[in-house]
Design a protein around this ligand. Structure first.
Ligand code: ATP
Length: 271
């Protein structure tokens, strides 16, 4: 993270093929963002243009950030990402000014996707004001989004939250986060696709992605990634002892899966 809490500008080298499942979400993003950018004349003839924001919500670790980065990859746009808490914590007293600077940086680097994580921290009705935004920051955010401050041509705003019900309704008006998409936990078919993607480029022998998908009910994409990360670490430790690659087996993956608690169920229980 940079000194000002901002990670910088990225040109993501990934696209929708790098994401398992999420077909309905991909299709909505294509219609709202990708097709209007690629066929501006056609969309204009129907009175539609690219713009407005998309808010993604759902349990943690299910790909909200990943699909936002992949959207930038699909349209070859720059990607700028920041958590609302970073703006609140690191820019104490300067939040409005720095939010403006961030929007300006994104405008200067258009076409760009500006991604805000933890958008629920912009809730106006939170009791803990230290952790939520004040009215001035919210108003500044809305003005920036509306393009009142400067033109937002070529700028797309994506947001993610685990708790959309905390968000000020003003954010959902047309031209703002006017499309709200649920990013669900991956179903069995999506888990199979994610497992296949995660296994790519790793020495996995005789992967049975279907069977692993069946045994990982309620696992998020991040939980599945944790299985592979742990299996890779264990295999690497062995490989270093033996001085050669030790293939990761289906059994290794299943053993690790048993030690990982699936995380999506808790979100549904608390939601
Ligand atoms: P949070 O709410 O905690 O910010 P998130 O929904 O933004 O979570 P991501 O950060 O996008 O989740 O996902 C975490 C990681 O899990 C990704 O970097 C990726 O490795 C893996 N992952 C999640 N979903 C998928 C998917 N559909 N396909 C492939 N990998 C996935």
């Amino acid at each position: 993270m940079g000194a000002d809490g901002f990670d910088g500008i990225e040109q993501p080298d990934l696209n929708f093929d790098d994401i398992g499942g999420m077909e309905p979400v991909k299709e909505e993003i294509r219609m709202k963002i990708i097709y209007p950018l690629k066929n501006p004349d056609l969309f204009r003839a129907y009175g539609k243009k690219a713009g407005g924001g998309v808010l993604l919500y759902g349990p943690p670790g299910c790909g909200k950030t990943l699909i936002s980065r992949a959207t930038a990859g699909e349209i070859e746009a720059n990607f700028l990402s920041i958590g609302i808490h970073q703006i609140l914590d690191l820019y104490i007293g300067e939040s409005e000014k720095n939010l403006h600077k961030l929007f300006e940086l994104a405008r200067d680097n258009a076409p760009a996707i500006l991604f805000f994580d933890e958008v629920d921290a912009l809730a106006a009705d939170r009791r803990d004001l230290r952790k939520s935004a004040g009215r001035t920051l919210i108003n500044q955010f809305l003005a920036e989004m509306d393009g009142n401050v400067a033109s937002n041509d070529g700028l797309l705003i994506l947001g993610a939250t685990n708790a959309p019900w905390h968000i000020d309704p003003a954010f959902r008006r047309p031209g703002r986060f006017d499309r709200i998409l649920f990013v669900p936990p991956p179903d069995e078919e999506a888990r199979e696709a994610i497992i296949t993607i995660l296994a790519k480029g790793k020495p996995v022998s005789q992967l049975d992605a279907r069977s692993l998908a069946q045994k990982t009910r309620n696992f998020s994409g991040a939980d599945l990634k944790a299985i592979f990360d742990t299996a890779v670490e264990r295999s690497l430790a062995q490989a270093m002892k033996q001085g050669q690659v030790v293939p990761i087996t289906q059994r290794d993956l299943l053993d690790v899966a048993k030690s990982i608690r699936s995380s999506t169920q808790a979100w549904f229980e608390s939601a």
